[in-house]
Ligand binder design. Structure first.
Ligand SMILES: [Zn+2]
Length: 491
């Protein structure tokens, strides 16, 4: 499984009103009195036991009630296809496969037999994924049976430090990965890849699709694979995430689990620290255009991605910026919706948002659905609206509605907080580790929003648009339903 999108539960954290934690300064948003200081770092969810072992490995351990008597475990390694050299294209994924074949303590397919025995989905691509920036292994284990949690953590440790990469292992796995490569060559996958390559051209990402290169998978020496594993599987590049029903199932609760992690994972690093390669921002002046045909589509679509280097979200000031951006896109999209539903509108639907194609790049993205042939007119009309906001700003009412929607979404998440699956928390911690995304917990986020929203003005929100240059670092993708249209557009 490959991903290149921002995962994470985002704002899906939720939960009931706390009964035992009212003393916390921000657990109850009603009572929260957060004072805003732009330089103040965003905290990690106060329920999470978080730290770094002496060898550099990071851990996140959190109690969570759902699913009952189970734990979600992750081994996160900050290595993906973008770290590969030319002769290594595809090896991050190959290592992921080898992890399930054998390790120092688990002979061939013993890991898979263990996963089968505990009723987990099993195998490479089911219990792991490799993306551009990270490789993540995951397990869901029942923890109401003695010893299973520790055994599952042992499996994670084996993957972290002891994947077996013998010559025979590599030869055996090569065929399986080649088959996966072949099956992935569908028309739609190729179109996605073409667009991604256009979007990221000029950066290392464009040449590093996670599935790798055929000739490397076919011909790489086992030595090279071993070298790749040793080079990048360093504790400083890894995190262990454990979220589950610990307080009910383990005598010492989540603290005890954190203790297991420390005992199992705090070993001397197996190899020297190697810096990851530099990844440049793919800057370009002229817009890039790519045109695709989708035989199954009935309408045409236009997507414009306006790139910039990904901005950090580490302080209250950074968070204010993300809220301003959210409100800008929300208010603009509502306006575009209103245009779309008027008779004779130049497009069927249109919206804008922030998207995150890689760890290093974010884009202001504009998407339009339109009748084939009307793409340019639709794009001009949307850009007109963007220009109108820049010149004249938003109405008070537009901003009021955008703010109210944001707050009510967050409050709903807060009320449902204790219904959230452990998986959602795990995704947040994975994002926090790999991309330093905030994982502050919804209670804190509600409090922060309540403190921030009243002071944000229409002018500040409209000014967000001034940061976007829709003609600079921008990539336009037009998808049309039939070949004949493409000819007409280019010709
Ligand atoms: Zn695979």
């Amino acid at each position: 499984r490959f991903t290149n999108s921002r995962g994470g539960a985002g704002n899906t954290l939720g939960g009931g009103w706390p009964s035992t934690e009212m003393s916390s300064p921000y657990t109850s948003p009603e009572k929260a009195r957060l004072s805003i200081d732009d330089s103040l770092p965003l905290p990690l969810d106060e329920k999470c036991i978080h730290g770094t072992l002496s060898n550099g490995l990071t851990y996140y351990v959190q109690n969570n009630l759902k699913p009952e008597a189970r734990a979600e475990l992750r081994l996160v390694v900050k290595v993906g296809s973008v770290h590969e050299e030319d002769h290594e294209c595809g090896l991050a994924h190959m290592v992921e496969h080898l992890a399930f074949r054998g390790t120092k303590e688990y002979d061939t397919f013993e890991v898979i037999r263990f996963l089968e025995a505990i009723g987990a989905r099993f195998g490479a691509c089911q219990n792991a994924y490799t993306s551009f920036d990270e490789t993540v292994y995951f397990l869901q284990v029942p923890i109401d049976r003695e010893g299973l949690l520790e055994k599952a953590l042992t499996v994670l440790r084996e993957w972290a430090y002891h994947v077996r990469c013998t010559d025979q292992d590599v030869e055996a796995e090569r065929g399986i990965v080649l088959e996966e490569w072949r099956q992935g060559r569908t028309a739609s996958a190729r179109a996605d890849e073409d667009f991604f390559t256009t979007l990221m051209e000029g950066s290392r990402y464009a040449k590093r699709l996670p599935i790798g290169k055929l000739e490397v998978i076919r011909n790489c020496s086992p030595e090279t694979v071993r070298g790749f594993y040793q080079k990048y599987y360093h504790p400083k590049r890894m995190a262990v995430v454990a979220v589950g029903d610990f307080d009910r199932c383990c005598p010492g609760g989540a603290r005890e689990v954190a203790g297991h992690v420390a005992r199992l994972f705090d070993v001397d690093p197996p190899g020297a620290w190697v810096e990851a390669p530099e990844v440049a921002f793919p800057a370009h002046l002229a817009p890039r255009l790519s045109i695709f045909t989708d035989k199954e589509a009935t309408n045409a679509s236009v997507v414009v991605d306006c790139k910039r280097a990904r901005q950090p979200v580490e302080t209250q000031g950074d968070y204010r910026r993300t809220i301003l951006e959210h409100l800008y896109h929300e208010a603009l999209s509502t306006r575009l919706y209103k245009i779309a539903v008027t008779p004779g509108a130049p497009f069927f639907s249109a919206s804008t948002c922030i998207s995150f194609p890689t760890s290093t790049v974010e884009t202001a993205a504009l998407s339009i659905s339109v009748e084939a042939g009307g793409e340019l007119q639709a794009l001009a009309s949307v850009l007109n609206e963007v220009e109108r906001v820049s010149k004249h700003g938003f109405e008070e009412a537009e901003v009021r509605i955008a703010k109210a929607n944001l707050l009510s979404d967050l409050e709903a998440d807060h009320i449902e907080r204790e219904q959230l699956d452990s998986e959602g928390f795990c995704s947040e911690f994975v994002e926090n580790f790999v991309r330093r995304e905030p994982a502050m917990g919804v209670a804190y986020e509600v409090a922060l929003c309540r403190a921030l929203l009243p002071e944000l003005t229409c002018a500040q929100i409209a000014a967000v648009g001034n940061d976007y240059r829709w003609d600079l670092n921008c990539v336009v993708k037009i998808t049309r339903p039939r070949v004949s249209w493409v000819k007409r557009l280019i010709g």
